[in-house]
Design a protein around this ligand. Structure first.
Ligand code: URA
Length: 430
């Protein structure tokens, strides 16, 4: 086959700050997937994009090319509207667990395609796999069956969806080109659009534990993704939410499942409940389901019933005890006062070092490892009282985890401002 472009010309165009033509983008993404454009050429192009950006049209074409590199899913056979949520990744972010069953209570279908954790952020599949028997493996027919009967499903994102992104993301990871808004937006949205949901709410995290450390860049990423989804026919909106401190009071796989169960039983930490309810309302609003009391379904057991049905449909035993780590270690508050900060990144890294996360994608994770938070920012703490409990299967992991936590907590005098809402703002379609 005669290739219509030369990779070197495409790289040089972006290096020199020029706009790439739609045909060049379609070709370079396809040729990279086929192995005609080499890794080093794509790495150079990603770096040129990192420095010189892409405009809205280029990002849309790039996203379209990544979608076209693989298969797309189709849920049009369902009698319910599909609506989904995607989080840009955070520490203690177990929201997907209660959210799918909660939204399903109101007659929408939630086809969550999730991944495993890499680095300091956890993955939904790792969390759910701590439930004995639960499996994410299923074919499309089984997925349709679960969506029509239960209304919520969590499946592993298969290799067929946006394979160009899979290859490019692995390359970006090793070439310092991950934190680039056009590349993040097209990566996330190519997978979500290929997934075939009719509506999508993006939870764009802001703060130390997130990709986006400040509100302005989170706003830009959210706007880019909302515009991309809308342009591709998916009703899309975004919430910008706090990731300066972990969500809830647990970080780690089974520990987070335990907390999700508290939320489904009508309790749980206020920030997790607030965000779950806000995202559920928005997912339902996008598919025209309004004037419903979302929080009531957490209090009266309807969401828990859906959870039990969802876990059982995927082979899990919702009543089975969750795994616990072999060892615990308590960190106490060094002084009396008010906890003014507990850094999300530090806690995420510590939990990872305890065994809750993986350094390479083929590594196993420990179901029981992680960290329990005995105080959240704004809470009073007393010198010598427990602040954090570390859980691990391997005591040799403790020193490095403790090292990551050395300056995680800040304690100040009583008074000051109470912590505000976990949701900062919403970005809707224009
Ligand atoms: N998540 C993705 O799927 N892609 C990115 O580029 C960043 C986060």
């Amino acid at each position: 086959m005669v290739e219509p472009f030369d990779a070197v010309d495409v790289i040089a165009a972006k290096r020199d700050g020029r706009r790439l033509a739609a045909e060049q983008i379609a070709w370079v993404v396809d040729a990279y997937t086929r192995g005609v454009v080499a890794d080093e050429q794509m790495a150079a192009l990603a770096m040129a994009i990192y420095f010189n950006g892409m405009d809205a049209g280029e990002i849309s074409q790039w996203t379209g090319a990544m979608i076209a590199s693989g298969t797309t899913m189709d849920f049009s056979a369902l009698s319910k509207p599909t609506t989904d949520k995607h989080s840009t990744g955070g520490v203690g972010d177990k929201i997907t667990l209660p959210l799918g069953p909660l939204v399903a209570v109101f007659g929408a279908a939630v086809p969550q395609l999730s991944g495993r954790g890499l680095g300091h952020t956890g993955g939904t599949l790792d969390k759910l796999e701590s439930i004995p028997g639960w499996s994410s493996r299923m074919d499309h027919a089984a997925m349709l069956g679960h969506l029509s009967e239960v209304g919520a499903v969590v499946a592993a994102a298969g290799d067929g969806l946006a394979p160009a992104d899979k290859k490019l993301y692995a390359l970006r990871d090793t070439t310092a080109t991950v934190d680039c808004i056009p590349l993040i937006a097209s990566s996330i949205m190519s997978k979500k659009i290929a997934e075939g949901t009719s509506a999508l709410v993006l939870d764009v995290k802001v703060g130390s534990g997130a990709f986006m450390k400040d509100l302005d860049s989170a706003r830009e990423l959210a706007r880019t993704m909302v515009d991309l989804g809308t342009a591709h026919g998916v009703r899309t909106s975004a919430l910008l939410t706090d990731m300066s401190t972990p969500l809830g009071r647990t970080v780690g796989n089974a520990l987070e499942v335990r907390e999700a169960l508290e939320v489904l039983a009508g309790g749980g930490p206020a920030d997790v409940v607030e965000l779950t309810v806000a995202l559920a309302r928005e997912m339902l609003r996008l598919v025209g389901i309004v004037d419903v009391d979302v929080a009531a379904a957490l209090r009266d057991g309807r969401a828990m019933d859906r959870w039990n049905a969802m876990i059982a449909a995927q082979g899990g035993d919702p009543a089975a005890p969750l795994p616990q780590a072999a060892h615990t270690h308590t960190v106490t508050a060094p002084e009396t006062g008010v906890l003014t900060g507990l850094d999300a990144l530090d806690v995420g890294v510590a939990s990872w070092r305890l065994g809750a996360g993986r350094a390479r994608k083929e590594d196993p994770v420990s179901a029981g490892a992680g960290i329990e938070l005995h105080a959240k920012p704004g809470d009073s703490v007393v010198a010598g009282a427990p602040l954090l409990t570390l859980h691990t299967d391997d005591e040799a992991r403790l020193p490095r985890a403790l090292e990551a936590l050395e300056s995680a907590a800040t304690i100040g005098p009583a008074g000051g401002t109470a912590p505000g809402s976990v949701v900062f703002e919403q970005i809707s379609a224009r």
